[in-house]
Design a binder for this molecule. Structure first.
Ligand SMILES: [Zn+2]
Length: 150
């Protein structure tokens, strides 16, 4: 029984046969994509992850400036809590999962194997910025750059 990401539900219509676990927020995302019928054909359970596990995941996410959403992080926390694999094609979510003990499964693609993080950099001078403005040139424009973790 995997924990399943919204995108997999939307793009994998009809190809999921196991019972699955999702978190609050996923049914809303599926519905807003106009794919509400997907859930009606699935055997699924909605479960809120443990608060302290979710906090750990959020902390890790902040460490690497992960662009993952609240729902993404709940999915990962739930997979972690229940020792279940996480089925997702979202590279950012796969990446965050690499920092935990969760087993990741790709759906359409193979999952990534290399960890990376995001750095905020000044768009003007390229300095690393933790929060705007840039300490070197004062610019408020920052962009996110993906860097490999060693
Ligand atoms: Zn700058």
């Amino acid at each position: 029984m995997p924990v399943v990401d919204t995108n997999v539900l939307i793009h994998g219509r009809g190809e999921i046969s196991d019972k699955i676990l999702i978190v609050p927020g996923v049914p809303e995302e599926v519905e807003s994509d106009g794919a509400a019928n997907v859930l009606s054909n699935l055997d699924y359970e909605v479960q809120e992850p443990d608060e302290s596990i979710l906090e750990d995941v959020k902390e890790k996410s902040d460490d690497i400036n992960s662009p993952t959403s609240e729902v993404d992080e709940k999915l990962l926390a739930l997979a972690l809590e229940c020792s279940l694999p996480l089925l997702t094609d979202d590279k950012a979510l796969q990446n965050l999962a690499l920092y935990t003990d969760v087993e990741i499964r790709g759906f359409l693609d193979d999952p990534i194997e290399e960890k990376f993080r995001w750095q905020e950099r000044c768009s003007n001078c390229g300095s690393e910025v933790s929060s705007p403005p840039c300490p070197r040139c004062g610019s408020r424009q920052v962009s996110q750059k993906q860097v490999r973790c060693s």
